[in-house]
Design a protein around this ligand. Structure first.
Ligand code: TRP
Ligand code: ZN
Ligand code: CA
Length: 450
């Protein structure tokens, strides 16, 4: 349909062929114009939900060990896969988490003819596309109670989860804690868990932190050398208390992190040593006894409540809490960051709408109440144009209506739109339709400023 034209001479500011040429130049990826770092940890305590990491009370961690020891004692001296002491351990941990507001689930599997159990505890909230996990194997070998291996890691992970609840933490990432069954039979439970995640759910796990043997009685301070970000957070924490660390080398792939690492999930973790011998140099920097193993009760009946260094267990519990707080909470990007698409898009004359997209990522929550939409459209009769902003979910916000009387060239302006009902991250589009014949133009560029 043609609208009545004024008798003014029509200006042609650009030749149509040239427009088509630039429009065919291909899609450019939109990118943030500022240099903000997306995954920067929060510097310090600030607003609600972002309090500083807590000091995990060692007495609480030790109380869990006492319970695990009692469970073993009441169940033939162990908490091994397929034995009653294992299921009792699951029940103990699950009850604590349920009471603290976690969403728990018990995953069953079969290994060596017995039913095994993984316990998964999700802390409600956070970005479901960025899941930070921490876990520990809950089973012992059948020869003992498995207090260092691995009630220690199980208790540290449990008490960290309970601290998340006490703080009512509102991390930007989704937090998930896990206790694995049948690790001692060959990482069976964690492998079962990972194998049963959909490809999408696997991709959502941004990191897995493993704690297996973190209270060895003659301890070393070993940090897994895997994902650099996780490794750094642990090394920095230890450096902050003046304790040197070493890279874990006693068996890469010998605990549940291997199940995650094998499918490409970033992993990290802590370890205080098993059957290797502490050197003189290690004793000099860490204390303890050189020429003796880190854990002389490794996989034996003397791995009981007394087979623990409280100091090592305390440090590793605090280090885990620090890592969860730091890696789980990414700083919201500062206001003022822009995303721009500078690829030209031809606007056909009196025809269907065209769109230009740009992807916003790395932000949290909803878009602002005053989103700035910068528009640069070259056109020889801008009254022909209807312009909308489309949110990632497709909601349209009208920026400009057509007007038969507006014969000026170009739409070069910025609009302010209340987009507080929209998720910030995702593909935003500028939609432009030319609704009257004769004049044409193109989207030169457009930009969102958050
Ligand atoms: N649970 C492990 C095992 O029995 C203990 C262990 C040995 C370990 N080497 C390790 C744990 C290295 C972490 C890293 O084999
Ligand atoms: Zn073991
Ligand atoms: Ca037109």
């Amino acid at each position: 349909m043609t609208h009545p034209r004024s008798s003014l001479p029509r200006t042609t500011s650009r030749c149509t062929a040239a427009v088509a040429l630039v429009a065919a130049a291909g899609l450019l990826a939109a990118s943030p114009a500022s240099s903000a770092t997306p995954d920067r940890p929060r510097a310090a305590a600030a607003d609600a939900g972002t309090l500083a990491p807590p000091d995990i009370p060692i007495s609480n961690v030790k109380a869990h060990l006492t319970q695990f020891q009692s469970i073993a004692t009441a169940n033939g001296g162990n908490r091994a896969h397929g034995r009653t002491g294992y299921k009792a351990s699951i029940d103990y941990v699950k009850a604590k988490l349920d009471a603290a507001g976690f969403t728990t689930s018990v995953q069953q599997f079969t290994s060596s003819g017995s039913t095994g159990y993984n316990l998964i505890a999700d802390w409600p909230g956070g970005d479901p596309d960025q899941v930070l996990m921490a876990g520990a194997h809950l089973d012992s070998v059948s020869s003992g109670a498995g207090i260092n291996d691995n009630a220690s890691g199980s208790a540290a992970v449990l008490e960290t989860a309970l601290a998340v609840s006490r703080a009512q933490l509102q991390p930007t990432k989704h937090l998930r804690f896990a206790w694995w069954g049948a690790e001692e039979l060959g990482l069976v439970g964690s492998r079962y868990y990972v194998n049963n995640l959909t490809a999408d759910d696997r991709a959502r796990v941004s990191g897995y932190i493993n704690l297996d043997m973190v209270g060895s009685p003659n301890p070393g301070y070993f940090v897994y050398d895997d994902d650099p970000a996780i490794e750094k957070v642990f090394k920095d924490w230890y450096a902050g208390i003046g304790i040197p660390t070493e890279t874990e080398t006693e068996g890469d792939g010998r605990s549940d992190h291997a199940s995650f690492k094998n499918v490409g999930i970033p992993v990290g973790g802590l370890f205080t040593g098993a059957s290797r011998t502490k050197t003189a140099a290690q004793a000099a920097k860490w204390g303890g006894t050189s020429g003796q193993t880190f854990d002389r009760c490794y996989h034996s009946s003397c791995d009981t409540s007394t087979n623990i260094s409280d100091t090592a267990l305390d440090r590793n519990s605090d280090a885990l809490a620090h890592a969860i707080w730091t890696l789980g909470t990414t700083e919201p990007l500062p206001p003022g960051e822009s995303y721009e698409n500078t690829t030209d898009v031809a606007i056909p004359d009196n025809a269907a709408a065209v769109t230009s997209a740009l992807t916003v990522s790395g932000r949290t929550g909803n878009a602002p109440t005053a989103l700035r939409v910068g528009v640069d459209i070259k056109h020889t009769w801008r009254g022909d144009l209807v312009v909308d902003l489309l949110a990632p979910d497709g909601t349209a916000y009208r920026l400009k209506n057509s007007s038969s009387s507006d014969s000026a060239d170009n739409v070069i302006t910025a609009y302010t739109v209340d987009t507080s009902a929209e998720t910030a991250n995702g593909a935003w589009q500028l939609r432009v339709q030319d609704v009257a014949s004769q004049d044409t133009g193109y989207i030169d560029s457009w930009k969102l400023t958050f």
